[in-house]
Design a protein. Structure first.
Length: 197
């Protein structure tokens, strides 16, 4: 292996058991199998046909799991060129290139300056930034402020104990939360704006 040094395996769906390569050098903190299974247990079985946005994508394991379990299309945002190269290799190796797009850009710049690829919002978003830098809350704020989420969309945030998400913007309601050691998982639901009167 020249680009990757270890692998994870997809935990469910059509690609269950298939390998996903991790970038070298500790550049990503992939969700282990236990955490991924917990995430998809929180989401339930309603993934068929969804458009997925995987932010801070790394190896792409979360978006790949969603595609394996029935999602229609996934957009992966990853700024590191070496990490994005491993991600592209993973998607090609799993025959997912026709259902995916990789955008090599900083996540906050992407959310501030771009429109949703394909012109449609995303029903499922994974947000997995470096822990305890305020990026999780900033990402939630940018998602809610832009054209990214239709009512009923779900946002899964993988974060550390130091990330305080209590100040999530109106229109994003935290409906579930789990703790797995130092890793926390919060599930938000995009709610329609309240009408005046």
């Amino acid at each position: 292996m020249t680009l990757a040094e270890r692998v994870l395996r997809v935990t469910g769906g059509d690609l269950r058991g298939r390998r996903v390569h991790m970038p070298r050098g500790g550049k990503v903190r992939p969700a282990g199998g236990r955490v991924r299974e917990a995430i998809f247990n929180l989401l339930g079985h309603h993934l068929h046909g969804l458009r997925v946005l995987d932010l801070y994508a790394g190896s792409g394991i979360l978006g790949i799991e969603a595609l394996s379990r029935g999602a229609a299309h996934a957009v992966f945002v990853e700024k590191d060129p070496a990490v994005a190269a491993v991600l592209a290799r993973n998607l090609a190796g799993l025959d997912l290139t026709g259902r995916t797009e990789i955008i090599r850009q900083d996540v906050n710049r992407f959310l501030k300056n771009m429109e949703p690829p394909g012109g449609k919002p995303f029903e499922l978003v994974f947000l997995d930034p470096p822990f305890s830098l305020g990026l999780a809350l900033e990402g939630l704020t940018l998602l809610q402020a832009g054209p990214w989420l239709p009512p009923g969309a779900r946002v899964v945030v993988k974060h550390g104990a130091g990330d305080d998400l209590a100040a999530a913007p109106p229109g994003l309601e935290r409906i579930r939360w789990r703790e797995y050691g130092s890793t926390h998982v919060s599930l938000f639901l995009s709610t329609p704006p309240h009408s005046a009167g």
